[in-house]
Design a protein around this ligand. Structure first.
Ligand code: NAP
Length: 397
């Protein structure tokens, strides 16, 4: 419940008990009683009227307006846990406020980070919450005074605020980027978060150059597929690890010069063989617990250990002395820190879209699920059944 100043317009007098008592001009007054959906406004107006005998009396008129709230379907998490905690529910979304827009999602990208939040590995700021950090869609409303965005724009976003597992959502306008007309919105939703991650990893965190040898774990995954293609395009020799033959075939197509089946082969031994004992300049390790120690062993002296995820679990603590023997660099980056400013966001997204449009990056949309079936999508991602990008499609689309 809140108190609001409202402008009551002339045409509202038809709803008033004593329309003649209302002044001719619009006036400001109001008490807002906000019940649950749909939104119900009740305005009680205390009005003074003059009589013939120059006496005045008070009259009370009450105006009720019922506005239509936007109800959408979304996935909500009320308790942390397995995929079964993802519930398909009705939620109410309001109008965009200053600096905000409302976006009707065409497609939503599934990411491993959604699993971390669902399980509580990363802490959501509220419970219940709507998961999801990647989507593309059409702008359906813009907040007051906003310039540079209009209804009908096709936009994509990645990262905070969390909440893309929904048919429609409110977003800060500064967090979205325009999807070029040459790129299908479903492709944009498959690549905006994963592609910008690949961008910062190969172009900024460690700059891949011709002559480098790089090791990419989970090379057939959503990020892994793009990472291998990008590193190859930059002139590196790419070594990828995968769990199955099918994933190995995909990783080869995506530019891996060497593919290691890390469930069957010891990847440290294989990297040693492939590099004739020299090691690699950089390891992009998103698997974490199961691979981190081995990854360190694969590095050249002064090599870069980039741990950017933990799909197998949080790695054990690493003493600084583990880096000393080869004078290694260690970083644990996140996309949020590499797209913190609007300029960084536009540059990263611009490079991703340009590489998609020119064919440097082939976006593999290998799995799509109705948004209502997000629990099945999570179960498949966690059990290593997926490869490439996974999309959730709002059920009406
Ligand atoms: N730091 C950042 O800013 C950032 C941004 C985006 C993503 N990420 C991280 O990048 C990684 C990839 O994300 P994604 O969404 O593209 O997922 P993904 O790579 O499509 O899926 C995870 C893959 O990890 C491999 N894996 C190895 N051990 C696993 C285990 N015990 N359980 C599950 N999977 C295991 C599997 O590939 P195989 O079957 O081939 O082993 C699986 O397909 C995640 O760790 C994610 O957190 C980080």
């Amino acid at each position: 419940m809140g108190l609001l100043r409202l402008k009551l317009h002339h045409h509202h007098r038809q709803y008033c008990h004593y329309p003649k008592l209302l002044p001719k001009k619009p006036f400001l007054s109001g008490l807002l009683l906000r019940s649950h959906s749909p939104v119900h406004l009740q305005i009680t107006h205390n009005h003074t009227t003059s009589t013939k005998k120059n006496q005045s009396f008070h009259s009370l008129s009450t105006l009720s307006i019922t506005t239509k709230a936007t109800m959408v379907k979304a996935i909500r998490v009320h308790e942390l846990g397995g995929p079964e905690v993802l519930k398909w529910e009705d939620v109410e979304i309001g109008e965009p406020k200053e600096g905000e827009i409302r976006v009707k999602n065409k497609a939503i990208g599934l990411n491993f980070i959604d699993v971390y939040f669902r399980k509580g590995v990363y802490k959501a700021s509220t419970i219940p919450f709507t998961p999801g950090m990647e989507a593309a869609g059409v702008v359906t409303a813009v907040g007051p005074g906003l310039t540079g965005r209009k209804v009908g724009d096709v936009v994509a976003y990645a990262g905070n605020p969390m909440g893309s597992y929904t048919e429609e959502q409110i977003l800060p306008a500064e967090k979205v980027v325009t999807v070029p007309s040459s790129i299908d919105p479903t492709i944009a939703a498959s690549v905006i978060l994963k592609g910008m991650t690949a961008q910062f990893l190969v172009r900024r965190c460690f700059k891949v150059e011709p002559g480098h040898t790089v090791l990419v774990h989970a090379a057939a995954g959503g990020v892994g597929s793009l990472l291998c293609q990008w590193a190859n395009a930059l002139g590196a020799t790419v070594i990828g690890t995968v769990s199955t033959k099918e994933k190995a075939a995909q990783a080869k197509e995506d530019g891996c010069h060497h593919v290691i089946m890390y469930k069957e082969e010891d990847f440290v031994t294989r990297v040693n063989e492939i590099t004739s004992g020299k090691g690699v300049e950089v390891v992009y390790d998103s698997v974490g617990k199961d691979t981190l120690q081995g990854s360190l062993a694969c590095l050249k002296p002064r090599g870069y250990m980039v741990n950017f995820g933990q799909s197998s679990g949080t790695p054990d603590p690493l003493p600084l002395s583990a880096l000393a023997a080869k004078a290694l660099y260690l970083t644990r980056p996140s996309l949020m820190q590499y797209t913190a400013t609007r300029d960084e966001l536009l540059e990263a997204a611009g490079e991703v879209f340009a590489n998609v449009a020119s064919g440097v990056l082939r976006v593999r949309v290998n799995h799509t699920y109705p948004l209502s079936q997000a629990a099945q999508a999570h179960a498949d991602l966690e059990s290593r059944k997926t490869s490439g990008s996974v999309l959730l499609i709002p059920d009406g689309n």
